[in-house]
Design a protein around this ligand. Structure first.
Ligand code: ZN
Ligand code: ZN
Length: 322
């Protein structure tokens, strides 16, 4: 079905359940606008280290599909997550999916199988993330020009995260930089978007400053492989910028038993990158190459929902959907 003209897929975007601006319902509304002109054959929400938005997203998709003729349906039941693992001290993003084709059971059964990774892996990653964002909050208090006299308490930031907190292995709540940014914005009267995006994501800590527990690829990938139908190296250009192309190739070779494909079509990839990652897909005999916008909201430049021409009309991927 993906070989028809004017069809596209987006298997990589984020919601308020991680560090983006839209609720799952709002994302489905954005998808429905695109779907008027260009059929989105498949879509997957892939929040950072969290499965909390999955059911909400599926329900919103189901409700939307009820209003559409069959040929305009967006495929339901693709569960996804973007997992942060560590390689050579640096974060590497891995997309894990559960596709409907992976087994015959109901979406609910499939989701409960997929969600094993939550306890086994995601909450452990979130322990480290919580530590990292605590460090950021401390730095934000010290360095933010408008916070000299007013202190933002940890509790204030947790309250700011509302229902969009993430869970750690001790069952306690974690917050991220968008929640810090929101709390700062509330206190200083600055617009939230400026704080969130113009400072470039995790705004006070560079990757080399951040001392917190990370889960290495060798530990995380086997868990993802066991409970997912696809384990995809996300936007490899990001690590290529650090490790170079031979370095990325070495990484893939080292973990090729766990990785099942590459996000060949990513919003940061040039045509040359797409060609290269297609070449690697063939070289490693991967059956899957995926496409994703990495949409985080209107405030972020990587918003391909408004500029999604990089998504090819015909995709070799995911091959299981053809
Ligand atoms: Zn990523
Ligand atoms: Zn992403």
């Amino acid at each position: 079905m993906l070989n028809q003209k004017d069809e596209t897929i987006d298997l990589h975007f984020h919601s308020l359940y991680s560090d983006a601006e839209d609720s799952p319902e709002q994302i489905v509304e954005s998808l429905s606008q695109i779907n008027k002109n260009k059929h989105i054959a498949a879509a997957a929400l892939t929040d950072h280290n969290s499965l909390k938005g999955q059911v909400e997203f599926q329900i919103a998709l189901k409700n939307y599909n009820k209003t559409q003729p069959l040929e305009k349906h967006i495929q339901e039941g693709i569960f996804g997550v973007e997992v942060t693992l560590e390689y050579s001290g640096l974060p590497v993003h891995i997309l894990a999916y559960s596709f409907p084709e992976s087994n015959e059971s109901s979406p609910l059964n499939r989701f409960s199988y997929f969600s094993h990774i939550d306890i086994l892996l995601l909450r452990k990653i979130n322990d480290g993330q919580r530590e990292r964002y605590h460090q950021e909050l401390v730095l934000a208090r010290e360095q933010h020009p408008d916070l000299e006299k007013e202190l933002i308490s940890t509790q204030e930031v947790i309250e700011e995260s509302g229902e969009y907190y993430y869970e750690c292995s001790d069952g306690k709540k974690g917050f991220n930089h968008t929640h810090i940014a929101s709390a700062i914005a509330k206190k200083t009267g600055q617009p939230r978007k400026t704080e969130m995006f113009e400072r470039g994501g995790p705004f006070y800590l560079g990757p080399n400053d951040a001392q917190f527990k990370k889960i290495p690829m060798g530990e995380g990938l086997p868990i993802l492989k066991q409970f997912s139908s696809e384990v995809i190296l996300a936007h490899p250009k990001r690590i290529e910028n650090i490790f170079t192309r031979p370095g990325v190739e070495r990484l893939i070779r080292q973990f090729a038993v766990y990785i099942t494909g590459i996000e060949v079509y990513a919003s940061i990839h040039s045509q040359d990158d797409i060609n290269y990652y297609n070449y690697l897909t063939d070289k490693f005999n991967f059956k899957t190459a995926t496409a994703g916008s990495d949409y985080h909201g209107n405030g972020k430049k990587l918003c391909c929902f408004q500029n999604h021409t990089f998504l090819p009309n015909t995709l070799p991927c995911p091959k299981k959907l053809t």
